[in-house]
Design a protein around this ligand. Structure first.
Ligand SMILES: NC(=O)c1ccc[n+]([C@@H]2O[C@H](COP(=O)([O-])OP(=O)(O)OC[C@H]3O[C@@H](n4cnc5c(N)ncnc54)[C@H](O)[C@@H]3O)[C@@H](O)[C@H]2O)c1
Length: 548
């Protein structure tokens, strides 16, 4: 029976057959031959996810001083039912990821359809044609509980499998550049031996040309620029690998304006990535206790942060919202802890701040459920069977990436407490963490297993029509700072809801006028770190009493 892969918009793509593979490789060989004749290097980008899809386009768009393309890129995506659709879609010039960055659509269209320097494939045979292989597959960190990252472990399966496949197929002269965020030590102590062993099996004596350079991509409004026009750190396992990775990155990135940092060994580049993200996770976690302090003592943490940020040394302080999601910050510190013990063999426990920060960030969103409970109680309504709408499923504003979003835990906790959930997000068509909650992410990694009564959430659908989503609700949670939510007028919202509601602001979205208006309309308002709402409420209630 034919198997299908279904794209987010619902288009069905049959998975390739045995015969397709043979024809596909012939097609790739022909294309590579034509491109080589034009003096272009062949680059295979393995893994067309959030990083690989746009990285592939940036490489394919690279040109020499005269504007002639210097690379031909083959994006390689394994043909799983979950991901195969990305390949045919990209070959039509359509990005497999959605984003607010206006550059994403044209760069992919340009490279695929006009310059013809980018194509996608499902066959590992593409690796045989590569001068450079860029590895952009995932390396997960599997948690065993919420709020205790120490009990988790690195999941290297996809990466190790990819490295074996690469080693079994590449020309030994090809540069293998690992961009995946890995446990420090992976390039030299895991990847190098895997490739070396496979080379030996193939009768190849030479040393693998292996390097690491981590991605700092931010899939938001500056998605493309965050790859191309941004600083990079890199390192190779030997002199030749270092020379090759520096040359490659200089040819594809804007290194004149954003110079490269070359470190002595890959473990230093790998450590830089983990420390960089752990630093960010820590500064965000730090604000959790001050957010609670503010909430309980009449302080608006949003105004406090704005006041502090005026000082240039503190300008990068950011409010953590309902938890820290995304693929990177919740896991990267865990990869560091795991490496210390399992790659480098240390027995003692030197880490205090890094795991604590992740644990705080991972549990922060659960507090939102308490605010909803209290707001509903103040209105004389029960949580059980209350209709609650969450605005925003993504982990950050103006992107369609739901991985480990605070919103997911909000939905799960409130469901556990008996509420009926709805969700609206203009960037997310399918919230796979619910729709396919038994298999996505892999069943052993999903958040479902940490909550009870979650079965019905597989029927949760993301509503695109705000009016419909709001009709008849009891509570509204502003969970993500999508631009669509920043100027919603209280009068409109309450009119669409059909009655006064509980409003929970998780991200400093409401200004004081809007908060006041919600109270005037008979609503209840609460917010993470927004202790001053009580003052506004007292003013409004006081005014009402005076009027009466
Ligand atoms: N998303 C971000 O914002 C971001 C930022 C910086 C760094 N990173 C890091 O970059 C890496 C990739 O992240 P991502 O967000 O693109 O992940 P992703 O899960 O979106 O993409 C990984 C892709 O690799 C594919 N894949 C897995 N095994 C494969 C194989 N054997 N052959 C071909 N394809 C295979 C998967 O199907 C998937 O499409 C991770 O290490 C991540 O930590 C991500």
């Amino acid at each position: 029976m034919a198997k299908y892969s279904i794209s987010p918009s619902g288009e069905k793509f049959p998975l390739p057959t045995k015969e397709d593979y043979r024809k596909e490789f012939e097609k790739l060989k022909e294309a590579a031959k034509r491109q080589r004749a034009k003096g272009r290097e062949i680059v295979v980008v393995m893994g067309l996810g959030f990083v690989g899809a746009v990285m592939a386009a940036v490489v394919a768009d690279a040109a020499d001083k005269k504007g002639n393309p210097t690379k031909f890129v083959i994006g390689m995506q394994r043909p799983s039912t979950r991901s195969y659709w990305k390949t045919p879609l990209l070959n039509r010039g359509i990005p497999p990821v959605s984003s607010e960055d206006p550059e994403v659509v044209p760069i992919i269209k340009r490279c695929v359809l006009e310059k013809k320097t980018l194509m996608a494939t499902y066959t590992y045979d593409a690796l045989k044609l590569a001068d450079v292989v860029v590895v952009d597959v995932q390396c997960d960190y599997q948690k065993e509980s919420i709020g205790n990252v120490r009990t988790g472990q690195a999941d290297m399966e996809a990466l190790e499998e990819s490295l074996e496949i690469i080693a079994g197929n590449i020309n030994p002269e090809a540069l293998v550049l690992i961009e995946t965020t890995v446990a420090p030590g992976t390039t030299e102590q895991i990847a190098y031996p895997i490739i070396k062993k496979m080379f030996r099996k193939r009768g190849i004596q030479s040393d693998p040309l292996l390097a690491h350079s981590y991605e700092r991509v931010m899939p938001g409004r500056n998605y493309v620029a965050s790859i191309r026009d941004f600083w990079r750190v890199c390192s190779g396992v030997n002199e030749e690998a270092t020379r090759r990775v520096v040359k490659f990155l200089k040819e594809i990135l804007n290194t004149e304006k954003f110079p490269l940092t070359v470190l002595d060994r890959p473990i230093e580049s790998e450590t830089a990535k983990i420390v960089e993200n752990s630093f960010r996770a820590t500064t965000l976690a730090f604000l959790d206790e001050w957010s609670l302090f503010a909430e309980r003592n009449g302080v608006d943490i949003i105004k406090v942060i704005q006041a502090i940020k005026v000082r240039p040394t503190h300008s990068n302080m950011i409010f953590p919202g309902p938890g820290i999601g995304g693929y990177c910050l919740p896991k990267d510190g865990g990869l560091g802890l795991w490496a210390y013990r399992h790659i480098h063999g240390w027995e003692d426990d030197i880490f205090k701040i890094t795991p604590l920060a992740i644990d705080i960030n991972d549990t922060r969103s659960l507090h939102v459920a308490q605010l909803v409970r209290d707001a509903l109680r103040n209105m004389g309504r029960a949580m059980a069977s209350a209709e609650i709408l969450v605005l925003g499923a993504s982990y950050r504003e103006d992107v369609g990436d739901t991985r480990y979003s605070g919103s997911e835990l909000i939905v799960r906790r409130l469901t556990e407490m008996g509420a009926e959930l709805r969700v609206h997000d203009p960037y997310v068509l399918h919230w796979w963490e619910f729709e396919k909650q038994d298999e996505y992410p892999a069943s052993s990694q999903g958040m479902k297993r940490f909550f009870r009564g979650q079965e019905k959430l597989k029927d949760l659908r993301v509503e695109q029509n705000l009016k419909k989503a709001l009709a008849g609700i009891d509570a509204l949670i502003f969970a993500v700072r999508h631009r669509h939510y920043l100027n919603l007028e209280p009068d409109e919202v309450v009119k669409m809801a059909g009655n006064p509601i509980a409003v929970i602001d998780c991200f400093g979205i409401l200004n004081d006028d809007q908060i006041r208006r919600y109270f005037e309309l008979g609503c209840e308002v609460k917010g993470l770190g927004r202790g001053h709402v009580k003052r506004i409420k007292d003013q409004v209630r006081g005014n009402k009493r005076a009027e009466a």
